[in-house]
Design a protein around this ligand. Structure first.
Ligand code: UD1
Length: 430
């Protein structure tokens, strides 16, 4: 398996382009199942998770074409055309679904359009651990009959779905997206109360409107969908990836660098930017995005708590911890969205970080310098936190199992080396 080797201690300086949001692209791709006309998604990121969902959609009969290149030779201007003219299968098989939890997003659109769907439960995701109960309960409220059989969710609504008022007991991004998509084809009005307000949910809603859906309350916690219209072709530009953006902000801050993030929107990471400001990081708007720098000040410890949007995102928690590991003073990092999202902690400790876990909180006592070590990626965001730690550390770090990184970061080594990082991918066997 590939590894990444980093020789740390060089401040990042230069320009980094920000790609389209993975977590917006995935539900948008699933939305192509709602119409027999072509949905074109512009600014599609080039990532393993996108290929995984494209492969899954292809098994359902969706025709997919990719074209267009960004002027800088990257993948960022790519347009993905998805055409679900004929849905040839309503089964999403285990082999593809197990690779990515977001595959569950095909369930709502399939049952809404075809009246039936059979979708494997997401991999390693026994109901109870990281469940999809809100997705299923919501579909039942829209009139689907749901059964769990042999590891598959079987949903049936032969007469079509019917709009309903659904009150989420807590906020779920995926359940909001799945039910919003399903509701566009349901008969009558659906109201989603306590809906997720993540920008990716708003992006999906805007695309559905461009496809002919009627949705009000976009970007609020109450979404009203007037269902039943036939959806049609649309062309939609995916919003920038706020997690990729926040990751490079933290990498720049951790190395004491100065980087312009092209295509980056500060408003998408406002909560993180506010906390980083308190820690000693500066931001300045530019014509193409914004600049982040920490060239004079030392970093100081700050307390962080993850929350649904507009709060501090859980998907930036590991990166923030890598940054705080060498800040002056102590920081308390509290995770409220996922249990057990501290897998990066033992790895950061191998690099000299002083971190103690107390339930859902981590007490980080800053050390003057992290030191390079051999570490292992455990999931997507944990793996990039180790890259950040490696960039800031003295000496050499190798990060193993980097396939996790390829799920969510496009051309990571290239973007970082262009800003002066000493980072390279060691191919398997090297
Ligand atoms: C999405 C993001 C992921 C991010 C997360 C939280 C995508 C593709 N992924 O994941 O990167 O970390 O939002 O911002 O957009 N839950 C249930 N039952 C359900 C659904 C969720 O108990 O039916 C729980 C989850 O276990 C978790 C919490 O609710 O503890 C939030 O999960 P959710 O917002 O649904 O996350 P995802 O949509 O899976």
């Amino acid at each position: 398996m590939d590894k990444i080797r980093i020789r740390g201690g060089r401040p990042l300086k230069g320009t980094i382009p920000i790609g389209g949001a993975k977590n917006a692209a995935l539900p948008l791709m699933a939305a192509s199942l709602l119409t027999d006309e072509t949905l074109t998604l512009v600014n599609i990121p080039h990532l393993a998770d996108i290929s995984t969902l494209a492969n899954l959609l292809a098994t359902l009969g969706v025709e997919i074409a990719l074209d267009g290149h960004a002027p800088n030779g990257g993948h960022a201007g790519r347009a993905l055309a998805l055409s679900a003219k004929n849905i040839t299968s309503t089964t999403a098989a285990y082999d593809l679904v197990r690779k990515m939890r977001a595959s569950i997003l095909v369930l709502g659109p399939l049952v809404a359009r075809e009246g039936q769907a059979r979708v494997s439960l997401p991999g390693g995701c026994a109901i109870g651990a990281r469940p999809v109960d809100l997705h299923l309960k919501g579909l039942e409220q829209l009139g689907a009959k749901i059964e769990l059989k042999e590891g598959y969710v079987e949903a049936a609504a032969p007469g079509g779905l019917v709009g309903a008022r659904i009150v989420f007991p807590f906020i779920s991004v995926g359940a909001t997206e799945n039910l919003m998509m399903a509701a566009t084809l349901a008969k009558g009005r659906t109201v989603l109360v306590n809906a997720a307000r993540e920008p990716e949910v708003g992006d999906l809603a805007r695309c559905l409107v461009a496809m002919g859906a009627t949705i009000t309350g976009i970007d609020t916690d109450t979404l009203t969908i007037e269902g039943g219209a036939k959806l049609h072709a649309a062309r939609h530009t995916i919003l920038p990836d706020r997690i990729e953006l926040g990751t490079y902000v933290m990498a720049t801050a951790a190395t004491g660098g100065d980087v312009e993030l092209v295509g980056g929107r500060l408003d998408l990471i406002q909560a993180a930017a506010d906390i980083l400001g308190q820690a000693g990081v500066s931001f300045a708007p530019t014509e193409r995005g914004f600049r982040v720098s920490r060239t004079n000040a030392a970093l100081t410890g700050v307390d962080v708590m993850t929350e649904p949007y507009p709060g501090f995102p859980t998907d930036l928690q590991a990166q923030m911890m890598a940054l705080l590991a060498s800040a002056e003073g102590a920081s308390m990092v509290t995770e409220t969205i996922f249990e057990n999202r501290f897998m990066h902690v033992p790895e950061l400790r191998r690099m000299g970080a002083n971190i103690n876990l107390h339930g859902g909180s981590a007490m980080v006592r800053g050390v003057p310098n992290l030191t390079g070590a051999q570490v292992m990626a455990t999931d997507l965001r944990a793996s990039v936190s180790l890259v950040i730690a490696g960039l800031a550390a003295r000496g050499e770090t190798t990060v193993a199992r980097v396939y996790h990184l390829d799920r969510g970061y496009e051309r990571l080594e290239e973007k970082l080396s262009a800003c002066g990082a000493d980072i390279e991918r060691l191919k398997e066997g090297a």
